[in-house]
Design a binder for this molecule. Sequence first.
Ligand SMILES: N[C@@H](CCC(=O)N[C@@H](CS)C(=O)NCC(=O)O)C(=O)O
Length: 217
Amino acid sequence: MAESSKPILYSYFRSSCSWRVRIALALKNIDYEIVAINLIKDGGQQFSKEFQALNPMKQVPALKIDGITLSQSLAIIEYLEETRPTPRLLPQDPKKRAQVRMISDLLASGIQPLQNLSVLNQVGKENQLTWAQRVIAPGFNALEQILQSTAGKYCMGDEVSMADLCLVPQVANAERYKVDLSPYPTISRINKSLLALEAFQVSHPSRQPDTPPELRA
Ligand SMILES: N[C@@H](CCC(=O)N[C@@H](CS)C(=O)NCC(=O)O)C(=O)O
């Protein structure tokens, strides 16, 4: 059989970093295939030899596209932006563009890695909830403050940007770990507006090929 030329996304339904990329692919209307990497089953399929050859960091997502394999969700999104620029996910204005990257990094480097699966496993089952709450809340406090000067309908004005692709999956994680969202009215409002958009719905963890039946929407 001829090798498919469609991009292949190595993804786990519940992975917030995979969700970021799924939203970008949906917004940019890029047809792709999913290969599910179950982060729990078989001791974690991210640790298999085959997957490590694709991403030595043993994390999803990874995207095979245009003859290369990329990992790191923000690098993937930036590549999609440069090669498939419509619709734009980074504003044209350099200041706004930097602010979008600032918010994206706050979420992707300042919060998510602290509550990633491997860290939660180290923390131990009985401490996971309080740990996750303790690392998400300070990040959301900072973000809520930053959004006061950047947000319109979305994180940066009224155009969906890379920052929004990072926000929605992180709010889902916050809900999962029962973070009290009442101190974050702007984050909550933006999250709600974004979840009404089709690209955020089709890429949602409850609607993936590897979503278990009991978690399907
Ligand atoms: N900086 C990476 C982080 C990737 C990451 O943390 N992926 C998580 C799922 S969201 C993962 O694969 N975790 C597997 C593990 O912890 O063993 C990115 O943005 O892609």
